[in-house]
Design a protein around this ligand. Structure first.
Ligand code: ADP
Ligand code: MG
Length: 327
């Protein structure tokens, strides 16, 4: 018997989805942030994300409004990663029979706020009982612009860049786990109220970006998906990684490594992308003019085995993986 915790999340997806049936309209199936489907002249994007109580959220730490909003944000973030426009949302809700209805209404207040922020219409879903706890699964359907940005487009010579400050959400989660109410608000906010980078993704998708992914499982793991799909090596230069004063202060106080959080922490929902060196200066300058969000070059793409290195060395720590316990 192979146990699930030996196989891991991505091994399981590969195993289960071997020989799935597609059809000629599926341009991109399993393996990217969204599936891309051609219907006539239009390309549609499809993605879904599940949010499970005590796996993705805890009632003790997050308000129901934040839980609903984050469930929407996580799914919308995959549309951002393709440089697309989000259009429609469907929500499946599972909850135990004794759940307080007001609590569910408040989750929906957050979901509705998230869908309004993403400018999507909430058009349906499903509701069912669970044995225990709440599950929210959000499906988003979007529209691709001219060419969706895939994980498979990175080319040797490209520069790797990232928006925002990766690692903030993981430090915020650490503070919540420790019950540290004095942790910087910006870190708690990063974990509890992430914003999908839809406008930024659309802007980058219109530019000369070759590959893009959203950061849901940590820089090393998520850039690893680009490396595998593009068959390239990606090196992250740690001295280039951006950190806020809050990240540095909390790391010093708590003894948690801000670098480790940036490399391996999940749920930042920032965008990481690769761009040819000739275009990078113009693209980043225009980005900075348009958005109040930093964008930083953090590494480079080279030919070579499909892997991510950190300062030229193999990285043994990966990011979040359902079914595998933290090492
Ligand atoms: P993301 O982190 O961007 O949401 P995931 O890592 O969850 O993406 O999923 C990776 C890829 O595998 C995606 O293309 C997703 O659609 C696909 N996938 C995940 N789980 C399943 C499943 N149970 N059946 C089919 N495809 C799946
Ligand atoms: Mg994604």
């Amino acid at each position: 018997m192979t146990r699930l915790d030996q196989l891991g999340e991505f091994g399981l997806i590969d195993l289960l989805t071997k020989n799935v049936s597609g059809n000629s309209s599926v341009l991109v199936g399993i393996g990217d942030d969204c599936a891309v489907v051609q219907e006539g002249k239009k390309q549609h994007l499809f993605t879904c994300d599940a949010f499970i109580e005590n796996i993705h959220f805890r009632r003790a730490w997050a308000s129901p409004e934040d839980i609903g909003r984050k469930a929407a944000a996580a799914a919308l973030s995959d549309i951002a990663a393709m440089g697309g426009i989000a259009r429609y949302m469907l929500v499946t809700l599972a909850c135990a029979r004794d759940t307080d209805v007001t609590y569910l209404e408040r989750i929906y207040t957050g979901l509705k706020a998230g869908s309004e922020e993403g400018r999507v219409a909430l058009i349906g879903g499903d509701t069912t009982a669970s044995c225990e706890g709440i599950m929210i699964s959000v499906t988003v359907i979007g529209k691709a612009l001219d060419n969706p940005v895939l994980r498979s487009g990175a080319r040797p010579g490209d520069v790797v860049a990232v928006t925002g400050y990766p690692g903030c959400a993981a430090l915020g989660l650490h503070a919540l786990e420790q019950g540290d109410g004095s942790a910087p608000e910006a870190l708690l906010h990063a974990h509890l109220r992430p914003r999908p980078k839809l406008m930024e993704g659309k802007f980058l998708g219109n530019g000369e970006v070759n590959a893009m992914i959203d950061l849901s499982d940590g820089l090393v793991q998520d850039l690893g998906h680009i490396a595998v799909r593009s068959n390239v090596s990606i090196d992250i230069e740690t001295e280039k990684l951006p950190f806020t004063p809050e990240q540095c202060a909390y790391a010093e106080k708590s003894g948690v490594s801000a670098l480790q959080a940036a490399l391996c922490g999940g749920e930042d929902y920032e965008l990481a992308f690769t761009v040819p060196p000739r275009q990078v200066a113009t693209l980043l300058a225009e980005f900075k003019l348009q958005f109040h969000l930093p964008v930083t070059v953090i590494g480079a793409v080279t030919e070579g085995p499909a892997r991510v290195t950190v300062d030229g060395l193999p990285c043994h720590h990966t990011g979040y993986n359902h079914f595998q316990t933290a090492k």
